[in-house]
Each structure stands twice: as structure tokens, then as C-alpha cells.
Design a protein around this ligand. Structure first.
Ligand code: GDP
Length: 367
């Protein structure tokens, strides 16, 4: 039996009858002020993702549906979390439909970077990931930067057809759509935005002038994003809300950097060199000697090294070590959702640590 309560995590209508279907929550939980469905509860507290397949399947269904349309697909990604917010395999679903790639949150990147360089970089990365977009744009939905230009391009590329906007949760898709609604409809917000991933659930239709429509599809949850492993308050800390200021660290071999208690980078080999950290401005970076790092973490995670906070420690996943040798110059070590560290010259050996389930990877330097 359905209640009239929505899950604060994913927005699904809560039901207390069938544990195997979406929205299930034990009835004992209904008294709580904020009700979370079992799926979101598990994801957040136990890192379990297997029972999320239902939503993934729903999403695949939507993607399959897109292949049967004659439309323009607008794919929104978070330029601060490019890989973490990438929807894998979209090109395999959309058939012949052109894809316009929009990098949102450009306001977070240092203003000194040339826009051309960024869009070139996006094209290159997209190509490596198997996607050849019809065009690549950068916008800031919160600041309203380049929105008019994006709308012009959408108008141009849709050539009288429908538009489907896709993206994973937290890329700012709702904020972007709300901007469009203001332009198109002159109306008020019809979509809620939230700091917590997973809140855009239904397809929203915005009528366009010529009888076609722009559809907002539900955001897919990307399980590898750091956002799923931290509390809402902490998410505010690690998610930058203004231009990120790079921090340069001169490191000797066998020195370690901690990013709060969320991630860690051991600089193992490669002589003295500088590493440039691009993280949310509120994220605390601590430097220590490698030989002291394990002990420091055990002792101080939750106080000096936070987020996570003390009361989250029993559910916060263990950090997992990934070793990398950097073979090319200008490489970013990306901590999904948290930021990245740029290594300018080849030859460095590092170990990067992230919570179990979060991805960490190398890529060609963004900046
Ligand atoms: P959705 O889940 O993709 O619909 O994302 P939302 O629109 O709810 O936005 C997720 C978070 O990103 C919110 O905290 C927004 O304020 C933030 N956000 C959205 N657009 C931008 C942007 O252009 N710049 C920055 N800095 N933050 C943004």
C-alpha cells in the first residue's frame, strides 16, 4: 500500500508492503521526520548497491526509449566531476540521434582557463569514452552563464524535433532545466533542486514554441560518486560552490596528503616535485610523512581529518589503496566527486586512497 510520503533520498513514494519492490520501507520508520526508502538507506549506510538494479533498469528503459525517438539528446555532465558524472554507454542507446554535450558548473574552474581549451579537452575525453557529440558547450546553471547560448544551440540542433535532457544526479540538471523553463515559460521553478543526489524522479515536459517539447529525464544515480558516502552536511563541504583555488604542495618522496578523512595520496617515488590540488575550497588538506600516515588516520579520522564526522565512522567505508605510475606529463589523479591532483611531469609513483566503492583514476590534465 502506498503512503503519501516521499523518500528524502530518491523521491520515490514510500510503500510498506513489498520489500522486493521500489520504495519499500519498514512501517516502523514512518514515524520519523525524514523517511528514507530501504534502497537509499542501504546505499548510504551499507554501501550495498545490488538492490538498486531496479532503478538502473528503469533508467535503461528510458535510455532504450530514447533510441526510438527522433530527437536531440542533451547530455549534461558536471565539469568538476567529469568522469564521475559521465553516463556510460549513452551512445549505444540513442540510435541516430545527435548528442549535445553540456559541461555544467564551469564557474568552479579557475577563470584563467581558456574556454576553447576546455571544450577541446571535453571533446577529447568524450571521444575516448566512445561519444562523438555534435557540439560541446560549457555553462553555469547557478550563475546563469552561457545559458542563452546553450538554448540557441539547442534550438539550432533540434531542428524542430523534441529534446531529451539526460544526466546523472547532482550534475545540476534540475538547475539547468529551471533556467530553461524561466526562459521558455517565464514561469516559476517546477523542479526541486537538492544537494542530495537522487531527487529528480519523473520526466518533466516543457512545451516548446513549435509544438515539440523538451523532456527532463530522471537522473541516474552513479554509485561511484563520493556523494553517496558522505552526509548531506559534508557534501556541502566537499562540493565546491565557487571557483576552486589550486593549492600547490612541494612534496618529497614518502610524503602523504590527506583530504579530510575522505581520501589520501601517498607520493612514493619521483624526486622532489610539486603537486597541484584542485579540491573544494572547504576541504582540508593535511600533509604528513608516509611512515606516520596510517597511524595518523586511525587516530584522527573524524576529528582533525574530517569529513567524515565521528558519528559517521561506523558506516563510512574503509579507504582502499590504488597504486599508479604516471607515465605521461600533465596528468590528473581524479578522486571522483572530490577533485583532482595534477602531476606535471612523468615518472611519479603514487598511491591514491578512496572509500571502498568510490572511483579514482588518471586522465589527461584538464588545466
Ligand atoms: P540534479 O540532481 O542534476 O538535478 O542537480 P541539481 O540541479 O539539484 O544540482 C545539484 C547541486 O549542484 C546543487 O547543490 C546545485 O546548487 C549545484 N549546481 C547546479 N548547477 C551548478 C552550477 O552551474 N555551478 C555550481 N557551482 N553548482 C551548481
Amino acid at each position: 500500500k502506498n503512503t503519501d510520503i516521499s523518500c528524502i533520498g530518491c523521491g520515490v513514494i514510500i510503500q510498506t508492503e513489498d520489500p522486493s519492490t521500489i520504495g519499500y520501507t519498514p512501517s516502523s520508520q514512518l514515524e520519523k521526520e525524514e523517511v528514507v526508502c530501504q534502497r537509499c538507506f542501504r546505499l548510504r549506510n551499507y554501501n550495498e548497491v545490488q538492490d538498486v538494479s531496479l532503478t538502473d533498469q528503469d533508467f535503461l528503459n528510458i535510455l532504450n526509449g530514447l533510441g526510438n525517438t527522433d530527437s536531440l539528446i542533451v547530455k549534461v555532465i558536471d565539469i568538476f566531476d567529469f568522469n564521475g558524472s559521465w553516463l556510460t554507454g549513452l551512445h549505444r542507446f540513442v540510435g541516430k540521434n545527435p548528442i549535445l554535450l553540456i559541461g555544467n558548473k564551469v564557474d568552479l574552474l579557475p577563470k584563467s582557463i581558456k574556454k576553447n581549451k576546455l571544450t577541446q579537452w571535453m571533446r577529447g575525453q568524450a571521444k575516448e569514452l566512445g561519444l562523438q557529440p555534435i557540439d560541446v558547450l560549457l555553462v553555469s546553471s547557478t550563475k546563469g552563464l552561457h545559458i542563452a547560448e546553450a538554448m540557441e544551440k539547442i534550438e539550432q540542433y533540434r531542428a524542430g524535433k523534441d529534446v531529451y535532457v539526460v544526466g546523472c544526479t547532482n550534475v545540476g540538471k534540475s538547475t539547468f532545466i529551471n533556467r530553461i523553463i524561466k526562459h521558455v515559460a517565464g514561469g516559476e521553478d517546477v523542479i526541486t533542486t537538492s544537494h542530495f543526489p537522487g531527487t529528480t524522479l519523473d520526466m518533466i515536459e516543457i512545451p516548446l514554441d513549435d509544438g515539440n517539447a523538451l523532456f527532463d529525464t530522471p537522473g541516474i544515480i552513479n554509485h561511484h560518486q563520493m556523494a553517496h558516502f558522505v552526509d548531506k552536511k559534508d557534501l556541502k563541504i566537499i562540493t565546491p560552490n565557487k571557483e576552486i583555488k589550486p593549492k600547490v604542495f612541494q612534496l618529497n618522496e614518502e610524503q602523504t596528503l590527506f583530504f579530510g578523512g575522505l581520501a589520501r595520496l601517498d607520493y612514493l617515488k619521483g624526486g622532489r616535485r610539486s603537486l597541484v590540488c584542485y579540491l573544494g575550497n572547504a576541504s582540508q588538506i593535511h600533509r604528513t610523512k608516509l611512515e606516520n600516515a596510517d597511524e595518523l588516520y586511525d587516530k584522527h579520522v573524524g576529528d582533525m581529518l574530517q569529513p567524515p564526522r565521528k558519528d559517521e565512522l561506523d558506516t563510512f567505508p574503509k579507504l582502499v589503496r590504488h597504486e599508479f605510475t604516471i607515465k605521461e606529463g600533465k596528468t590528473d589523479i581524479v578522486f571522483s566527486g572530490l577533485g583532482w591532483v595534477t602531476v606535471n611531469d612523468p615518472g611519479a609513483k603514487v598511491a591514491a586512497y578512496v572509500p571502498k566503492g568510490v572511483s579514482v583514476m588518471l586522465r589527461r590534465s584538464l588545466i
